[in-house]
Design a protein around this ligand. Structure first.
Ligand SMILES: [Zn+2]
Length: 401
């Protein structure tokens, strides 16, 4: 394990293709592990060198960079032709991402410390940063469930990989283009890009509404609540550990912190996947569409007392929303994003909106008609009816035609 502290968050975000499947390389042979680790190290050494040169000479475009450095890194670092090209492209892409982040104001205003720091130094690549492999550097033997992969110490044959039955089918049918070799927490992954065909969306028979929250991660309008208790407990435990580790500013503490954070993220992603799958399967079974809150304003909308605020990870909501949208699209299920305003204060039976309809966090009781329900279920029912209305509006033109 190398220096985790130097992970480029920008770079990592750019390496997450949307239509992708992670496969785990089950490598037992130490020779293969060593060869893969050496390959990433050499590729990233080369990337660091290219990055420094790009920064110094202000050459950032893939094509221009290639003219400057291709020969040197191919010969100087012993890279295969494709690997050398991928290294150059990786560097060019990282600068493009950095530039668009600067333009979008993500690193602060011009002259701010953070932005200046990002602009003044070349982009850094960790020794074990992911590296793309194309068809000439990596080939898949689907029947044998093995890959053959180029490394700096020669081509490695018959490297076994594992994947779920579902993933294997998808991989065999739709894998396209490059795959990323990723080394994370001692495990090796290939992230393959799969180009999935669009499934036509079926006309829904009603909508199931999904309310996202903290105490309950997801509540559906048919009354199923998925508790966030387990997840929040893990987050709490990790936060305590983080606090203790942050006091020590040693390298090993930092490494442990990073590892912890990723473990927590994996745990949350697993939960989100499971929830998304349940919701989409249920919608498919009943022929319904799915209505979700429009998440773009979630940070501003969710107001919490301080202890809870720390557990709120807006990225987790976005991730769950993304998983649901992705799985729904794969299954041809209609998805409508609705305006989330007042979904928690509105009565899902009579439509009356009143702050007093919510005597406490968990309870909804309409002050006008007396309808009572769990607050999250009531909100999900509002989201469901807004989904029906939203679908009707967006498909009025189709019906008229
Ligand atoms: Zn009411």
């Amino acid at each position: 394990m190398e220096d985790w502290a130097e992970i480029r968050r920008l770079h990592r975000a750019e390496q997450m293709p949307i239509k992708a499947i992670a496969r785990y390389l089950g490598i037992s042979k130490n020779t293969v592990k060593r060869a893969l680790a050496a390959t990433l190290r050499v590729c990233n050494d080369a990337a660091m060198w290219v990055s420094a040169l790009a920064h110094e000479q202000r050459v950032f475009r893939n094509y221009d960079l290639r003219k400057h450095v291709y020969r040197q890194i191919k010969d100087g670092y012993g890279l295969a032709a494709q690997a050398a090209q991928h290294v150059i492209k990786k560097v060019a892409d990282a600068y493009t991402t950095l530039k668009s982040n600067i333009r979008a104001g993500n690193l602060g205003a011009e002259g701010s410390r953070r932005r200046t720091r990002a602009e003044d130094k070349p982009i850094v690549f960790r020794p074990q940063a992911a590296q793309p492999f194309d068809g000439r550097c990596l080939s898949w033997q689907m029947d044998a469930q093995t890959v053959s992969i180029w490394t700096v110490t020669g081509r490695m044959q018959n490297v076994a990989f594992t994947a779920s039955a579902d993933q294997l089918t998808t991989l065999a049918a739709y894998r396209k283009g490059e795959s990323d070799l990723v080394h994370r927490d001692g495990m090796w992954f290939l992230i393959a890009t799969c180009d999935l065909p669009d499934v036509p969306v079926r006309t829904p028979d009603g909508f199931v509404g999904v309310d996202l929250g903290i105490a309950n991660i997801a509540t559906t309008s048919d009354g199923v609540r998925r508790s966030g208790k387990g997840l929040n407990a893990v987050r709490h435990r990790h936060r305590e550990l983080r606090r203790r580790l942050q006091v020590k500013k040693t390298k090993s503490a930092r490494r442990l912190l990073k590892r912890r954070r990723r473990k927590e993220a994996r745990f949350a992603a697993n939960i989100n996947h499971t929830i998304a799958k349940c919701i989409v399967t249920e919608a498919a079974r009943t022929g319904q569409g799915i209505a979700l809150e429009d998440l773009s304003g979630i940070r501003g909308r969710v107001r919490l007392r301080k202890p809870q605020r720390v557990t709120l990870h807006s990225w987790s909501f976005h991730q769950l929303g993304g998983f649901i949208a992705y799985k729904a699209a794969r299954a041809g299920i209609a998805l409508v994003q609705v305006d989330p305003a007042y979904t928690s204060q509105q009565c899902s039976l009579c439509g009356h909106v009143d702050k007093k309809n919510r005597p406490d966090q968990e309870t909804f009781a309409c002050t006008l008609c007396g309808f009572a329900e769990h607050a999250d279920v009531n909100a999900a029912r509002n989201i469901a009816s807004r989904g029906v209305a939203g679908w009707a509006v967006s498909h009025a033109a189709d019906d008229a035609a």
